[in-house]
Design a protein around this ligand. Structure first.
Ligand SMILES: *Cc1c(COP(=O)(O)O)cnc(C)c1O
Length: 403
């Protein structure tokens, strides 16, 4: 029952947030999805196909790894949930596998997606190749230029990449353009949304597809420590999907505290930040009412973060509600703190995390733990794509930057 407080209600809302604020032309296809998504997700044949692909294609379950040296440093017991070891290098594939199976069940033949850094675009292009579906990805022109390797990966996988030249030419504009395309082809097109954002039912679809993360944490902890819950769960948050998946099965368990790291950029007191929960106000973005970084007259402000995956001026409505209810504690982590913590994990554990995930590591410094505390921290992705960024900023890595 408690859990219902944080899940979507029958009208598509999480407290004051959520809903489906969409153009008239999309009403039918969004409404069809609202009516059918739960029964598809819960059907036996969906489950079987989804679970089999997660196991043999993605490589699940992802390990829950006891990080000895990191635990010593923070004087508590830290387990890393290794989403970085998934096929394509992050948690995003859990979601795209599920949504493409939904698209097939609904008889759709054409897939569209938005992408920022290109991680969701690659995860979508991957499952489209797997399922032999037409794939078109919208990506801001600025991102196309700075994330060229991912653009080439998408093209190699057979996707068409559209460079979006409106607005700031980044993620937010790519979302708007994907929605525009969807309006032109509502019949045959399925929009694979990359995070717990967008109009209802997308935030709920993505949270449920990512909830495999906390489902595994439960039995893995039971196996390792004879207790199926931690004291803390820590995750980074852009739109909120890896965080939602990490906490999903613990939402109603008040023994578990959630610490979620959003991107502070150059600082929440500057205008170069992506700390939406800290700085945002109520507004509508990409079909949902949520917290948004906007000017007084409602113009969406550009988000800024060293991490392209956290660089979004909105936040999933589920997280806006949980933060406002005090269920989760959201802290802003600045670029330099993330860089330092990325190096720290690399040197202490031999794991180069995605710069997004490094924000979660940095949250360890913001909380005092007891030595008996069990902390599960989700490493949402691997850092291969960020090596150049880490090296460019190695002066921020303190003792770890001397090499
Ligand atoms: C996309 C991405 C994120 C941010 O997205 P969420 O929906 O908030 O999880 C975080 N980490 C990695 C590695 C990503 O690729």
């Amino acid at each position: 029952m408690e859990k219902d407080k944080y899940l979507v209600d029958n009208n598509g809302f999480y407290g004051r947030f959520g809903g489906a604020y969409i153009p008239e032309i999309l009403y039918k296809c969004v409404h069809d999805l609202q009516l059918s998504y739960r029964s598809i997700l819960e059907s036996e044949d969906f489950m079987q196909e989804y679970r089999a692909l997660l196991q043999d294609y993605v490589g699940r379950p992802s390990p829950l790894y006891y990080a000895t040296r990191l635990s010593e440093k923070y004087d508590c017991k830290i387990y890393l949930k290794r989403e970085d070891l998934n096929h394509t290098g992050a948690h995003k594939i859990n979601n795209t596998i599920g949504q493409i199976l939904m698209a097939k069940k609904m008889g759709k033949t054409r897939i569209i997606a938005e992408t920022g850094a290109g991680q969701h675009g690659v995860a979508t292009a991957t499952v489209c190749a797997l399922m032999n579906m037409q794939c078109e990805v919208f990506m801001g022109k600025t991102d196309v230029e700075r994330q060229h390797t991912n653009v080439e990966r998408m093209r190699m996988l057979g996707a068409k990449v559209h460079a979006v030249t409106t607005g700031n030419m980044t993620l937010s504009d790519a979302c708007s353009e994907a929605i525009r395309d969807w309006c032109c082809h509502p019949q045959d097109t399925f929009y694979i949304v990359g995070s717990t954002m967008g109009p209802h039912p997308y935030p709920d679809i993505v949270a449920r597809l990512q909830s495999i993360i906390s489902e595994e944490i439960k039995w893995q902890l039971e196996e390792k420590i004879g207790r199926n819950y931690p004291d803390y769960i820590i995750a980074c948050m852009g739109g909120g999907s890896n965080a939602a998946g990490s906490i999903f099965h613990y939402m109603d368990d008040n023994r578990v505290q959630f610490i979620l790291a959003e991107a502070g950029g150059e600082g929440v007191d500057t205008n170069r930040t992506a700390a939406t929960i800290t700085k945002g106000t109520e507004g509508i973005i990409h079909g949902a009412k949520t917290l948004v970084m906007q000017t007084e007259d409602g113009q969406i402000e550009e988000a800024f973060s060293i991490s392209a995956g956290l660089d979004y001026p909105g936040i999933g409505p589920m997280h806006a509600n949980m933060a406002q209810q005090g269920r989760s504690k959201v802290i802003a982590i600045n670029d330099d703190e993330a860089i330092l913590s990325g190096y720290e994990l690399t040197r202490l554990e031999g794991i180069i995390p995605a710069i997004e995930s490094a924000h979660a590591i940095a949250a360890l410094k913001k909380q005092t733990f007891k030595s008996t505390d069990i902390v599960v921290l989700t490493v949402s992705g691997r850092g291969d794509k960020d090596v150049q960024t880490y090296l460019t900023h190695k002066e921020k890595a303190g003792e770890y930057g001397k090499f």
